[in-house]
Design a protein around this ligand. Sequence first.
Ligand SMILES: [Zn+2]
Length: 287
Amino acid sequence: MKRFLLIFLGGIVVSLPTWSQNEKIKVTVLYTGTASPLEGSTIQGGSWFKKFPMVHPAFLIEHPKGNFLFDTGLGKTAKTQVQDMPWWARLATRFEQEETAVDQLKNLNIKPERIIVSHVHYDHVSGLADMPEVPVEILPQELEFTKIKGASPAVFPSLFSDKTPWKTYELERKEYEGYSKSRDIFGDGSLVLVGMPGHTPGSVGLFINISNKKRAFLVGDTVWNSEALNNGLPKFWLSRKFADTNSDEVLERIKELQALHKKYPELLIVPSHDAKAVAAFVDLMKL
Ligand SMILES: [Zn+2]
């Protein structure tokens, strides 16, 4: 729970936020695949001679009050599903699969109670088909987005079925860390969703507050490459056209992330596909 610790310093009372009640939260990264595009395709001004290591993770969050998956990564039928994509998009987003989230969960002997999706691009929701009984929590505008034919080459019918157990929710008009809308998942400030429209209309990010030193922010695909945050750079223009629904809004999101980093340099901002950032997140969660 976010509380304020009062410290008396030479007659001045200062308050520091603490999240010391959340040590029981466990976070596990389930890697479901990798990709190695040229860096230049991931970020404006990137190198066309260097590859950029990417991953396709699902995040398992275990809280004393319940568990959930944040995204699913690539599922068992990913290679078949992507046949629905235009050939050029399939070529641009080639991936190598690893063990699926559903199999890794089986090995861990964990049944996910719910899935919350950062957004509906195939590399985040492909595994929904492997867990058809688990409710999928999504913003209404993101669910609408799945129904618009041709809205994005990364969203296509084979990802979903009539039986996908969608469960829409609304974010509250409650400001959180500079974001105007938020949802405190378990009501204790440990896991907070915020609206991050731009990459898709109903993209959300997830704050994970375990302790003052163990805080992270999963930002989905707002950026693919952490470098984008250091330099305030968008994706490569063609990737922007292909992947971002509203690139002006994405630029706003990048500015917000830069301001957040300035305010909380110790907060680890994690773009879903940046292998280095996700590895740093794994290390942070082990502390
Ligand atoms: Zn995406």
